[in-house]
Ligand binder design. Structure first.
Ligand SMILES: *[C@@H]1O[C@H](CO)[C@@H](O)[C@H](O)[C@H]1NC(C)=O
Ligand SMILES: *[C@@H]1O[C@H](CO)[C@@H](O)[C@H](O)[C@H]1NC(C)=O
Ligand SMILES: *[C@@H]1O[C@H](CO)[C@@H](O)[C@H](O)[C@H]1NC(C)=O
Ligand SMILES: *[C@@H]1O[C@H](CO)[C@@H](O)[C@H](O)[C@H]1NC(C)=O
Ligand SMILES: *[C@@H]1O[C@H](CO)[C@@H](O)[C@H](O)[C@H]1NC(C)=O
Ligand SMILES: *[C@@H]1O[C@H](CO)[C@@H](O)[C@H](O)[C@H]1NC(C)=O
Ligand SMILES: *[C@@H]1O[C@H](CO)[C@@H](O)[C@H](O)[C@H]1NC(C)=O
Ligand SMILES: *[C@@H]1O[C@H](CO)[C@@H](O)[C@H](O)[C@H]1NC(C)=O
Ligand SMILES: *[C@@H]1O[C@H](CO)[C@@H](O)[C@H](O)[C@H]1NC(C)=O
Ligand SMILES: *[C@@H]1O[C@H](CO)[C@@H](O)[C@H](O)[C@H]1NC(C)=O
Ligand SMILES: *[C@@H]1O[C@H](CO)[C@@H](O)[C@H](O)[C@H]1NC(C)=O
Ligand SMILES: *[C@@H]1O[C@H](CO)[C@@H](O)[C@H](O)[C@H]1NC(C)=O
Length: 490
């Protein structure tokens, strides 16, 4: 009897194969079978050199019912004409973080369907991957070691897309639907466990993310030195299921400030938008049932037309915050490191909730108004501003290292890393969680200077401070929970 996973795999492959049999005149290629678990056998074509490509038989075959395994000593370009379907995956041999495979390019001009394509930081000379006819893929996982051009111009449906590393250019102009996760980072891939996958002080080439046809995606996660974001048709950004990808959209950009604009987005539950942003705009988004976290690293005037939100947390270099259409909200917290007039948002919040429970707005005082006050309040404001900076940095680092952990875990699942590495990472996460926990007392001191006119000021601020500690703990617990879940599942 087959184990259930194998059974599912077999039926999936047969399902696809059956579908494709009906779709075109298929001529199966002869590739050797390998016996796997039970009596399940799978076919793998191992390619050692470019000469072997011409030995694929029979001549003119276009259907590979199995997988392609490219050996690490394969040198030069891998060009496979004529093949339209590969039911299994393409994998380049190599060990994680050892990009010594010698392949320089992959070109499969006629391929329409591919199960998966994995290249996990194994080939530093791979500078071009071109599958311009490919329409469907389940998993596309490209962790690039050197700058590469990617042409997937017809790709329309994908379950998981991961692009990481220096990307010279990307053509994903037809991508419409991503059902699992969509993760793109211009940063270097995790070369060693002590590296943050995303490290703002590591200079990486800029990347313009262009997804002109994307409508419906799950677990969008973009990071790195982003020089542009063009997603004019994105309407639905569903929350994912694992790691950070429980979030609908996460963007962390460090480079020249860019516009974060989703002109057609109307369905979103949770989002994190962080880094060097010029504006944030989603004019069609009215309901936000989850949490929106914004962390502005460069001065930004935030103006959002959301009608109905549960939780909005805004931090960083804010010159203004306006939510002019807001009709309902449960939690609104603003931690500005620039002087900000909090009174307007406080008025909006109070008129909605008839209370200030769930509201907090902290900023250093305007220097002009401070002149009329005493100098003590000014220095206190400045001190608090620094405190927020530290808290923010802690939060960003913990988010980042969670991402590292998640990517690492996933890599480990395949590469079976030695367990000691995982412990190091867990220790790091734990330290960062402590950083977050250490922060909130600073909020208390801020509150006293900023909430002078508000009734029961201490309660309000204590609630907010506690809420953010609890949230940080909640997140840490959830992360730990997932770690356990993933561990026992593996
Ligand atoms: C494999 O096939 C052989 C012969 O058909 C059969 O005797 C054997 O029980 C099978 N083994 C498994 C694990 O299914
Ligand atoms: C490619 O290399 C593998 C492993 O060394 C070997 O089993 C296979 O026969 C080689 N293929 C050809 C066509 O020589
Ligand atoms: C790669 O290695 C395999 C087995 O070690 C060998 O059969 C093959 O010829 C090698 N290919 C090249 C291009 O050296
Ligand atoms: C890649 O090519 C270099 C130089 O020819 C060679 O030394 C190295 O062993 C090759 N890498 C692999 C994985 O075969
Ligand atoms: C691609 O996926 C879509 C949606 O799942 C399906 O309708 C279509 O038939 C698939 N096309 C191919 C070539 O597999
Ligand atoms: C991708 O390939 C297609 C077909 O070869 C071509 O028309 C298109 O211009 C390429 N895209 C890029 C960005 O080069
Ligand atoms: C969006 O994509 C998800 C996952 O593929 C799917 O379940 C859902 O039906 C899609 N929604 C729309 C409106 O197409
Ligand atoms: C980020 O990169 C810089 C320069 O490469 C390095 O000095 C620093 O330690 C890195 N930071 C982290 C947190 O890894
Ligand atoms: C981002 O790219 C720009 C333009 O190439 C470059 O000047 C800058 O140093 C990069 N920043 C980072 C953090 O890599
Ligand atoms: C506001 O959001 C809540 C929670 O998502 C929802 O139940 C409610 O219907 C929304 N109200 C409006 C006016 O859309
Ligand atoms: C605000 O901007 C200043 C200068 O551009 C920068 O040094 C600081 O880190 C930023 N603050 C935050 C919280 O990002
Ligand atoms: C605002 O949202 C809260 C919590 O979801 C709900 O209890 C309250 O009825 C809502 N108020 C309005 C006016 O919709």
């Amino acid at each position: 009897m087959l184990v259930p996973a194998m059974k599912a795999l077999v039926s999936q492959i047969f399902g696809i194969a059956f579908l494709l049999l009906c779709l075109f005149d298929h001529r199966a290629c002869d590739i050797p079978s390998v016996r796997g678990y039970g009596n399940f056998s799978y076919a793998t074509w191992t390619v050692n050199s470019s000469e072997e490509i011409s030995t694929l038989s029979p001549k003119g075959c276009n259907f590979i019912g199995g997988s392609v395994y490219i050996r690490s000593n394969y040198s030069g370009e891998f060009i496979l004409d004529g093949v339209q379907v590969i039911t299994g995956g393409i994998t380049i041999e190599g060990s994680l973080f050892d990009p010594s495979a010698n392949i320089t390019a992959i070109s499969m001009p006629d391929l329409l369907y591919l199960g998966s394509f994995l290249a996990r930081d194994v080939a530093s000379q791979l500078t071009s991957i071109s599958m311009p006819s490919l329409e469907n893929i389940t998993d596309l996982d490209l962790e690039l070691s050197g700058p590469a051009k990617l042409n997937f111009t017809s790709l329309t449906y994908a379950t998981n897309v991961l692009l990481m590393g220096p990307i010279d250019s990307m053509d994903f102009d037809s991508l419409t639907n991503v059902a699992g996760s969509l993760e793109i980072s211009s940063g270097t891939s995790c070369l060693s466990p002590s590296d943050l996958c995303f490290n703002a002080s590591t200079v990486v080439p800029p990347l313009a993310i262009r997804l002109p046809s994307l409508v419906n995606a799950t677990g969008i996660d973009f990071s790195g030195n982003l020089s542009g974001l063009y997603m004019p048709t994105l309407a639905i950004a569903n929350n994912g299921h694992i790691g950070r990808q429980r979030i609908g959209i996460a963007v962390e950009t460090y480079g020249n400030p860019i516009d974060i604009s989703f002109p057609n987005l109307d369905t979103l539950t949770d989002a994190i938008l962080a880094g060097t942003m010029r504006i944030i705009s989603f004019p069609h988004l009215q309901n936000l049932p989850g949490q929106l976290s914004i962390e502005a690293a460069t001065p930004m005037n935030l103006d959002l037309s959301i009608l109905n939100a549960t939780s909005i947390i805004i931090r960083g270099n804010l010159t203004g915050v306006a939510l002019p259409a807001l009709g309902n909200i449960t939690t609104l917290e603003i931690y500005s490191s620039l002087p900000l007039d909090c009174s307007f948002m406080q008025h909006v919040f109070q008129s909605i909730r008839h209370s200030l429970v769930g509201y907090g707005c902290y900023s250093p005082p305007f220097s002009s108004s401070a002149k009329s006050g005493n100098s003590a309040s000014l220095s206190e404001g400045a001190k608090v501003g620094i405190g927020f900076g530290a808290v923010l940095a802690g939060a960003v680092i913990s988010i980042c290292s969670f991402g590292v952990w998640w990517r690492w875990k996933r890599n480990r699942d395949i590469a079976k890393r030695p367990p000691v590495v995982e412990h190091e990472l867990q220790d790091r996460n734990r330290r960062n969680v402590h950083n977050v926990d250490d922060g909130p007392p600073e909020y208390g001191s801020m509150a006293e200077t900023e909430f002078g006119s508000v009734d029961s000021e201490d309660t309000v601020v204590a609630n907010v401070g506690q809420a953010s500690v609890q949230r940080a703990r909640g997140n840490a617990n959830a992360a730990a929970e997932e770690r356990r879940g993933a561990g026992s599942g593996a």
